[in-house]
Every structure is written in structure tokens, then in C-alpha cells.
Write a new protein. Structure first.
Lengths: 300, 203
């Protein structure tokens, strides 16, 4: 029963992630559009509303940015910051922000929430930073338009990112499979080594997932550069990233909490917990790898 | 397995499902579209499309294509925009889905593309040629515009989303409604359609 559910969970997460992998700009992308969907119609009740909200926030953000630039003053600035944050929260609810990979990764690792939050925040940070760096580099160093560069940089970073994800997945899976064989007595001696490693791998994972520049941040930065207000652009990008970090963390933590709840319920049967935990972790590690491969396949 | 475990697993499944599901709402570009449905002497002749883009996408396109940065698009710049940020939409049938008497009509080409900048917004205008002869009984013409990838969110403009041109010789009625029998983006969003009926007036 448990495994069936876990498999179902994984399949659904996988589906969500694969669907989201195709998020190329249709105005310039070289790729063909997806085939018309033969999937059953299960419209998401909130999708349209979230889209509406985003559209309204998007308009408001543009108007307020102009206002803040032209008139100055603290009030439009504070409203603007709040809107940028909210926009980030909604924006990260979309595909391409590594939530499926992050959740699978967290499921394959330990049970600490703090580690999960750190990972998710780092993903958002790298994802946004990559967008900021791209815009500044293309604008000030190459002095070119960003449209074409965004397309090619996105593709290159996607290839790097997905290859890294496959690699991390493979390492996790190998470790997870080895842990099935290790005896309970050996665990203590490996602990220090393992805890050191746990500090390093989340950052590698966050870098792997977050290296692709975030189009949302790119657009906001470009808009502010067109108004000659780079400082405002950086400020908005920062709050957008903060908003995204919140959504990604919430989803990652929800996944981890789900795992902990399930394991907690089994707590009294110690042996079962171990088997169960390892099953989840191996399956999730496999999933990280498979997701990376699937992303790679859609990009190549 | 006891019921508590199943319960918590179901909860975990639900949370993950929600996370996978929500992950599909992701517009980056926003378009407000309005459609002008054009008639000639024979009947329906086509649709004049106007797309008004959000200011962020506008600044990206202007940054790349408004070479002299005068906030105006001149002829050579418009030609570049058509090549660099419009022609590719042929793969997406220009985000347009049309049905004539319930049969699909594929939009393979458009005419008269132009682009302009107004009030901080990029505007695209183009015409979808589509001739449907009017007879003395009603024919039905249905059009909806959406990006199947949802990278772009296309929504009808609040002010005059649909208008008619050259229609006095015909009896025409239309309404805008959501088609709940169809859905795009992996079955998650319903298209909003203009359903137009027209016939030749008697005498």
C-alpha cells in the first residue's frame, strides 16, 4: 500500500516536472511546440486566477516602477517592494524553478527541515542571481540585446544544469544503495564523514538547479535598465528572489514534512522505519537522476 | 499498514500532487488581445488582430530591436521584429485556433504585420485571412487565442475586445464564452472563445 502510494507520488511529481521542462519563449524558441494535449481535461481551478493576479501585479509593478523613478519617495517604493515579493511568490509557483528536483532531492536525503529550507533558498538565490548576472553582462560587457542571448544562454545553462542533476542523482542513488548493505554497527563510524558531506551537497544541488537564469528576473532587470535605474532593478530582483524562495521552500518543506509524518507514524516499528526510509530515499534518488535525464532529453 | 500511516501518506501524496500541479501556472509574457472581425461583400473575410504586450516584455523587445532608442519603431526595425520575434509563431499557428461550422481551420499564415510602441507597450497588428461565404442560413465562426505552452498569457482586452467591420449587409451576432469542453496546457486551462454567427440579410 505504502509503496503504491509512494510510486503514485513520484509518478505525479515526475509528470509535473516533465510538463514544466518545456518552458521556452515561443516568440524566438527554435523548438517545436508540444503536441496538442490528449490528456483528460482536469482544469486547475486556480490556474486562471493565478494568471489573472500575475497579470495585474505585472501591470502594477510597471506603473509603480515608473512612478518611483520619476517622483521618488518612500511610499511607491514600499508598495513596489511588496508587489515584487508577491510576484515572486506567484512566479515560482510555475515550472522551471526546480521544485520537482528539489523535492525529490530532499526526500532522498535526511529528515532535517533546516537543510531543506537552505537548499530551496539557495536554488531561488542562484536562479535569480543567474538572471541578474546575465542581464548585466550582456548589457554592459557585450553591449548587445538580451533577447537572442537569453535564448542561447538558457540553452547552455540548461545543458550544464541537467547534466549536473543527473550526476548528483547518480551519486545519491549509489550512496543510497550502499546504505542498504551497511550493517547497523558501521553507521556510527561513517557519521562524521556523512555530516560533512551533507553540508556540501545541497549547495552543489542548488547550483545545479539554479544556474539557469530566471526569465522573470531578466524581464524586471531589463525594464529597469530601460528606465536607467539599475539600483531599482537590483532591489526589485532581490525581493522577487525572496518571494520565489518562499514558494520553493514551502513546497520543499511540505514534501519533507510529508515524509517525516509518514516515518513518524511508523516510529514504533523500528525495523520497518529503516526499510521504509531507505526505500523512499532510493526511489527519490533514482527520480533525481531520471528527471535530469528527461530534462536533458527534451533539451538536446 | 495502519490507517494513520495510510492517512499521512495520502497527505504527502496530496502535497506533492499540488506542488506538481501548481507548477503549470507560469506565464512570463502577457498579451491583451482584441479582434476586429472583417466582412467583405461575400461574407467573412478575416480577422484583424491587435496584441498589446506587458511593459516588461516590451522593454526586452525594445532593447533588442529599437536600434536608435527613439521609442518609435521604424520600418527596418519592424521587419527585424517580424523576423526575430513574430515569424516563429507560425509553429504555434499564431496562437490562434479557429473553427468554421465546427471544423478546424488551421492558421498557416497571416498578413500585414506591423509593430509599434505606444505608452510603454509594444503592440502587434496583423490580419488572419479567412474567407467564409455568407448564405441565407447562419454559419458559425469560432476563434480563440492562446499560447498552448502558457509561456504567454493571452487575455481579452477589457475595452472593446471584439468589434465588427463591414458587417451591415449581414445579420451578425456574437458572444464571448469559456469553452469548458476543451482545455489546453495539458488539460488545465479552458480557452475563451468568440462565437460568431452570420448570414446574409434577406432582400
Amino acid at each position: 500500500m505504502g509503496r503504491v502510494l509512494i510510486t503514485a507520488v513520484m509518478a505525479l511529481t515526475l509528470l509535473g516536472a516533465v510538463l514544466s521542462a518545456k518552458a521556452q519563449n515561443p516568440f524566438i524558441a527554435k523548438e517545436s511546440p508540444p503536441e496538442a494535449s490528449a490528456a483528460p481535461c482536469i482544469p486547475h481551478p486556480f490556474i486562471n486566477r493565478i494568471g489573472d493576479w500575475q497579470q495585474q501585479l505585472n501591470q502594477k509593478m510597471a506603473v509603480l516602477t515608473r512612478e518611483a523613478r520619476e517622483r521618488g519617495g518612500l511610499r511607491p517604493l514600499l508598495t513596489l517592494i511588496a508587489i515584487a515579493f508577491l510576484y515572486g511568490v506567484l512566479h515560482a509557483a510555475g515550472p522551471g524553478h526546480g521544485k520537482a528536483v528539489a523535492t525529490s532531492y530532499l526526500l532522498s536525503r535526511g529528515r532535517k527541515l533546516s537543510g531543506g529550507i537552505l537548499l530551496c533558498n539557495s536554488i531561488a538565490f542562484f536562479h535569480g542571481l543567474s538572471g541578474v548576472v546575465l542581464v548585466l553582462a550582456v548589457h554592459f560587457v557585450l553591449k548587445r540585446g538580451v533577447t537572442g542571448s537569453l535564448e542561447s544562454v538558457t540553452r547552455t545553462t540548461q545543458l550544464i544544469s541537467y547534466s549536473l542533476i543527473v550526476l548528483v542523482g547518480a551519486v545519491l542513488l549509489t550512496k543510497s544503495l550502499f546504505s542498504w548493505r551497511s550493517q547497523p554497527g558501521n553507521e556510527g563510524s561513517n557519521q562524521r564523514h556523512a555530516s560533512e558531506e551533507k553540508k556540501r551537497t545541497p549547495l552543489a544541488m542548488a547550483l545545479a538547479v539554479g544556474v539557469i537564469p530566471c526569465p522573470g528576473v531578466v524581464l524586471v532587470m531589463l525594464f529597469c535598465l530601460s528606465l536607467n535605474t539599475m539600483g531599482l532593478g537590483l532591489l526589485l530582483a532581490f525581493f522577487l528572489i525572496l518571494g520565489m524562495a518562499m514558494t520553493i521552500s514551502a513546497i520543499g518543506v511540505a514534501g519533507l514534512a510529508g515524509k517525516n509524518l509518514a516515518l513518524g507514524a511508523l516510529e514504533r516499528r523500528h525495523r520497518l522505519v529503516k526499510i521504509f526510509q531507505r526505500s523512499i530515499e532510493s526511489a527519490a534518488a533514482l527520480l533525481v537522476m531520471v528527471l535530469g535525464l528527461l530534462f536533458l532529453a527534451t533539451t538536446l | 499498514m495502519n490507517s494513520r500511516v495510510s492517512g499521512t501518506l495520502a497527505l504527502a501524496a496530496f502535497l506533492l500532487f499540488v506542488s506538481a500541479d501548481v507548477s503549470n501556472s507560469h506565464p512570463h509574457v502577457f498579451i491583451q488581445n482584441s479582434l476586429r472581425i472583417v466582412f467583405d461583400q461575400q461574407g467573412l473575410a478575416g480577422v484583424r488582430v491587435k496584441w498589446v504586450f506587458d511593459e516588461f516584455f516590451t522593454s526586452m523587445i525594445a532593447d533588442e530591436f529599437d536600434k536608435n532608442h527613439n521609442n518609435k519603431l521604424e520600418k527596418p526595425e519592424i521587419i527585424d521584429i517580424e523576423k526575430g520575434a513574430f515569424a516563429n509563431l507560425v509553429k504555434f499557428n499564431y496562437f490562434s485556433s479557429i473553427k468554421i461550422n465546427r471544423e478546424a481551420f488551421t492558421v498557416e499564415y497571416v498578413r500585414d504585420f506591423s509593430a509599434s510602441l505606444a505608452g510603454g507597450n509594444l503592440i502587434y497588428n496583423f490580419v488572419i485571412p479567412c474567407h467564409v461565404k455568407a448564405i441565407t442560413t447562419f454559419k458559425e465562426f469560432v476563434i480563440s487565442q492562446y499560447d498552448p505552452t502558457y509561456y504567454t498569457r493571452v487575455a481579452f482586452a477589457k475595452d472593446r475586445p471584439v468589434s465588427l467591420e463591414g458587417a451591415p449587409a449581414f445579420e451578425v451576432s456574437y458572444r464571448i464564452s469559456k469553452n469548458v469542453k476543451e482545455a489546453y496546457y495539458y488539460g488545465q486551462v479552458h480557452p475563451v472563445e468568440v462565437i460568431l454567427k452570420f448570414k446574409r440579410r434577406h432582400g
